[in-house]
Design a protein around this ligand. Structure first.
Ligand SMILES: [Zn+2]
Length: 336
């Protein structure tokens, strides 16, 4: 038996107390002081969820090449530098990069990450190879290998992934993207897309795609955000990656309008997929949320958005938690 004590993040908020664990199982969750010396003290959180990554481009960070602070030049398909580098890189180099990012996520207690997988079916296979027997689980949002609809390829992608994650409506011919989105919905899988990141994009065209969640919405008008809120669509923001391009989401306005804001880390070539560092950045650069609200937004709230079980940190549940330092949010202990 082991004891972990501190403040436990429950569905009702923080509660002072302790966990008693045996091997991989939580035996007790109690208020008060632990009966035996705890192995670690701190904020006890359910394992974390990173709602937006592109870990396929991790290898680019290791190349040390200077990257332009311009979204179109760097990441827009098909001509962006990232896509050129992905095409010419060997599979071994890409997988080595992905594994490094997976290690970063494991060390900070991330259990699930929503990865936008470029490069069609081979992109999916690379991620699966890199994961091997890892206990970290991806929600794989794959992507057609070209900017047009191909029924056969879509069937194959959806058989092998959890859905589709696209760059933006600006990169696509709308008549093609709507076919992709409809196909995903017919198969009852996730559809997500970057929206209004560097320019404002038409909200009706975006909502007609029936997205499960949107990424960014930095240039969205207030009226666009209201429509998103009315449709109950979460917006995933990635503040550190945005700041690389000199961009900043309007979290105050999104919160005021009642938008469900979640967090991701975006391109691994720009920032490490460390969701706790992302939250620290938000604490230091925005005054929108209290720390406890932010920790909810990387644990319980994304689980709800992904229709996952929120019954964690309760007696008889699997020991899936991370203990972090209350001040710095540095991970002190990650359950096996
Ligand atoms: Zn992205």
């Amino acid at each position: 038996m082991k004891y972990i004590s501190g403040k436990i993040l429950t569905k009702e908020g923080f509660q002072k107390g302790y966990l008693k664990i045996n091997e991989n199982k939580i035996i007790e969750v109690e208020k008060g002081i632990s009966p035996s010396r705890p192995i670690v003290k701190g904020l006890i959180l359910p394992t974390l969820i990173n709602m937006h990554t592109h870990i396929g481009d991790s290898f680019i960070k290791d190349r040390g090449v200077p990257l332009p602070r311009n979204i179109e030049e760097l990441v827009a398909p098909p001509g962006g530098i990232k896509h050129k580098l992905l095409k010419e890189a060997s599979e071994k180099e890409i997988i080595t990069g992905i594994k490094k990012s997976i290690d970063v996520m494991k060390r900070n207690g991330t259990k699930i990450f929503c990865d936008f997988r470029e490069n069609g079916i081979s992109g999916i296979q690379q991620l699966k190879k890199a994961l091997e027997s890892s206990r970290i689980s991806p929600v794989i949002l794959s992507r057609p290998s070209n900017l047009y609809y191909n029924k056969k390829e879509m069937d194959l992608l959806l058989e092998n992934s959890d859905g589709i994650g696209l760059s933006s409506i600006s990169d696509w011919d709308y008549s093609e993207i709507i076919k992709v989105a409809k196909h995903v919905k017919n198969k009852k899988k996730f559809f997500a897309i970057h929206a209004s990141e560097r320019v404002r994009e038409d909200i009706d065209s975006i909502l007609d795609l029936k997205p499960d969640f949107l990424i960014h919405m930095i240039k969205a008008y207030e009226s666009d955000l209201i429509r998103v809120k009315e449709n109950n669509i979460p917006i995933v923001v990635c503040t550190r990656a945005n700041s690389f391009f000199g961009l900043r989401p309007n979290l105050d306005l999104m919160k005021k309008l009642g938008v469900n804001i979640l967090f991701g880390t975006d391109n691994a070539m720009l920032v490490a997929p460390n969701i706790l560092e992302e939250i620290n950045f938000v604490i230091n650069n925005f005054k929108t949320f209290k720390k406890s609200e932010l920790l909810f937004k990387i644990s319980y709230e994304p689980r709800k958005a992904l229709n996952l079980d929120c019954n964690i940190l309760s007696p008889n549940s699997k020991a899936e938690f991370v203990v972090v330092d209350e001040k710095t949010l540095k991970p002190l202990y990650v359950s096996a």
